[in-house]
Design a binder for this molecule. Structure first.
Ligand SMILES: N[C@@H](CCC(=O)N[C@@H](CS)C(=O)NCC(=O)O)C(=O)O
Length: 289
C-alpha cells in the first residue's frame, strides 16, 4: 500500500476498512447505531466524556470551578468508550448529534440543556459561574480570540499531524511534512505570544488556557503522539514555561485523571461522582477493569 499510486474514483464509496487506528468506528454517516440510555447521577451536571485533550478541557474546568468555591459546579463524569462506539448510542446522540465527546447535560434547566463542542461547554460554564472569563471587553475579546484559535488549530495537530504521525497504517512523508510544518508554526505563534504574557490573556488564567493547554501544553510536555523529540518541543521555551506552570495546578492534575482509561493506574479515575473519588477510586486502588 503506497500513497503514490492512488487515483481517486469518480465517486467515493464506503467499501472497506481503511486500516487506520479508528477504522472500526469510522462511518460516513451520522446518527445512532444502537439503543442505549446514558446513565444519570445526582449532581447538577452530567458529563459524558473521555480523557482525550478535548475531554480534559472540560474536566479541568469543573475541577477549577470547584477549587474556586463554585459548589454548584458539582458533576458526575461518565466514561464514553469511543473505541467501542459508545458515542453512537441513541442516548449520546440525543445530547450530541455529532457523536463526539465531550457532551454535557445541565439538569438544573428545564428541560435539560444539552451542551456539546468543548469550547461551547467552557464558555457556557464560564458564563454560568462568572469565572475564568475576563469581564473587561478588551480582555474578554482576547480570550475569545485564543479560544477560537484553539478550536480552529487543534484539528491540524490531532486530525492532521497526530493522525499521520502516530495512527495511520503506514508512514507517508507528504502529510507528515505538511502537518509538522503547520504544528511547528502554531507552536511558534504560541511561543511568541507567551514571551510577552504569563497566560494567554495577560496575567489572568482563563478558559483560553484551559482550552489550549490539553493540546499544546501536553504536546510540549511529551504526552502526545510520542513526538516531543521529532517536533523539538524544547525549543519553544515560553510554551514550555507556561505548560509546566499550568501542569502544576492541583485542579489540572485532577482534571487529567477523570475518565482516563489508559496509562498509570494511579492517574485513572474512570468515573467521577465525588471529590473523594480521587483518593479512593483510582484504578491502583480499585484494581484494573
Ligand atoms: N470539536 C470537538 C471535537 C471533539 C472530538 O473530536 N472528540 C473525539 C475525541 S477527542 C471523539 O469523540 N471521537 C470519536 C469519534 O470521532 O467517533 C470538540 O472540541 O468538542
Amino acid at each position: 500500500m503506497t500513497d503514490t499510486t492512488y487515483t481517486p474514483p469518480k465517486v467515493w464509496t464506503w467499501e472497506k476498512p481503511n486500516g487506520g487506528a479508528f477504522q472500526s468506528v469510522n462511518r460516513p454517516i451520522s446518527g445512532p447505531t444502537h439503543d442505549a440510555e446514558l446513565p444519570r447521577g445526582k449532581h447538577p451536571f452530567q458529563l459524558h466524556s473521555l480523557a482525550t485533550p478535548n475531554g480534559v478541557k472540560v474536566t479541568i474546568m469543573f475541577e477549577e470551578l470547584l477549587a474556586a468555591g463554585h459548589s454548584g459546579a458539582e458533576y458526575d463524569a461518565w466514561p464514553i468508550h469511543i473505541g467501542n462506539g459508545e458515542q453512537f448510542s441513541s442516548g449520546f446522540v440525543a445530547v450530541n448529534p455529532n457523536s463526539k465527546i465531550p457532551a454535557l447535560i445541565d439538569t438544573t434547566q428545564s428541560p435539560d440543556l444539552h451542551i456539546f463542542e468543548s469550547a461551547s461547554i467552557l464558555l457556557y460554564l464560564a458564563e454560568r459561574f462568572g469565572a475564568f472569563l475576563p469581564q473587561d471587553l478588551a480582555a474578554k475579546t482576547q480570550c475569545m480570540n485564543w479560544l477560537f484559535w484553539q478550536m480552529g488549530s487543534a484539528p491540524y495537530l490531532g486530525g492532521g499531524f497526530g493522525h499521520f504521525y502516530a495512527y495511520a497504517p503506514y508512514k507517508m512523508e507528504y502529510p507528515i511534512d505538511r502537518f509538522t510544518m503547520e504544528v511547528k508554526r502554531q507552536l511558534d505563534v504560541l511561543d511568541k505570544h507567551l514571551a510577552q504574557s504569563q497566560y494567554m490573556v495577560g496575567d489572568e488564567y482563563t478558559i483560553a488556557d484551559i482550552a489550549i493547554w490539553p493540546w499544546y501544553g501536553q504536546l510540549v510536555l511529551g504526552r502526545q503522539y510520542d513526538a516531543a523529540e521529532f517536533l523539538d518541543v524544547a525549543s519553544y521555551k515560553n510554551v514550555m514555561r507556561w505548560a509546566e506552570q499550568i501542569d502544576a495546578r492541583d485542579a489540572v492534575r485532577r482534571g487529567r485523571m477523570v475518565n482516563r482509561l489508559h496509562g498509570d493506574p494511579a492517574m485513572q479515575l474512570h468515573e467521577r461522582h465525588d471529590a473523594s473519588d480521587f483518593d479512593t477510586k483510582t484504578q491502583d486502588k480499585v484494581g484494573q477493569s
